[in-house]
Design a protein around this ligand. Structure first.
Ligand code: APR
Length: 251
């Protein structure tokens, strides 16, 4: 990434007619929430594909809840970082039209973004495995195996597990936003998980330019129009200067 690339990213953002952001775990890494893949991405010896499935929950709900309680602790104590705040400032200014996120930490909303499409649910909600009960939570459940207050069945986090469909409305909206976008800021995702990972590819096919912010190569490397090979916070601070947003407002 050269200063020319940052200038080019700034130009694309400034001249965009319909800018959207597509984010993954990497945007929250510097808020203290570990990513799923790559360095530091594993919890004990488990991959997310071993824990975030209905089968894993059936087999060993205690283990799955242990993992989620640990992640919930991190999420509940995390604060938005300058990269989340950059997206909030860009929406305030009318430049950014929507954030499509795979994250379940709600940090985009907490940072102030209003138009947030959450594709994979939220760790700040639980739902019943049997009945329609769903609830917002303010802290991780205390019990090893939390139970539904209505029917007594096991509760689970209200997130999308591997093998489960994404919420239909959100998925439809996300692709609609991608079809309208002329520039997509892709921040902190490996792009490894479909269908979400297809969204930037779809936008690109419809003619959008991609700005790919990631310290490592990912699925979009090679097709992105600007490769920002750096962490989300460094990128946010640099592009804020180019856009005249003022680093202080990201603090
Ligand atoms: N800034 C930006 N990107 C970063 C940073 C950082 N500081 N640190 C790490 N990254 C990048 C990594 O290089 C990696 O490409 O963030 C990406 C994180 O990738 P994943 O862990 O695969 O996270 P994500 O893309 O969100 O995963 C998609 O997989 O397990 C499921 O449902 C889960 O929503 C998640 C989905």
């Amino acid at each position: 990434m050269t200063p020319r690339d940052i200038a080019e990213a700034g130009r694309l953002v400034r001249e965009s007619r319909y800018l959207i952001a597509f984010t993954g775990a990497g945007i929250s890494a510097e808020s203290g929430i570990p990513v799923f893949r790559g360095p530091g991405g594993l919890w004990r010896k488990y991959r997310p594909e071993d824990l975030a499935t209905p089968e894993a929950f059936k087999r060993n709900p205690r283990l799955v809840w242990e993992w989620y309680r640990w992640r919930m602790e991190l999420v509940f104590s995390a604060k938005p970082n300058p990269a989340h705040k950059l997206l909030a400032r860009l929406e305030e200014k009318g430049i950014l039209k929507a954030v499509i996120t795979q994250n379940v930490d709600c940090l985009h909303r907490i940072a102030g973004n209003r138009r947030v499409i959450e594709l994979h649910g939220s760790l700040r909600r639980v739902k019943c495995t049997r009945c329609a009960y769903k609830a917002e939570i303010r802290a991780p459940p205390k019990e090893d195996l939390p139970r539904c207050p209505i029917c007594g069945s096991l509760l689970r986090p209200d997130v999308v597990w591997f093998g489960e469909p994404l919420p239909e409305g959100e998925l439809r909206e996300a692709f609609l936003e991608a079809s309208k976008a002329d520039v997509v800021l892709v921040i902190g995702t490996s792009g490894a998980v479909d269908p979400a990972g297809l969204i930037p590819l779809y936008a690109k096919k419809q003619g959008a330019k991609l700005i790919n912010v990631n310290p490592e190569p990912n699925r979009y490397t090679g097709i992105a129009d600007v490769e920002a090979r750096m962490g989300a916070v460094e990128f946010a601070k640099k592009i804020a200067i180019v856009l005249g947003i003022g680093e202080a407002s990201l603090g």
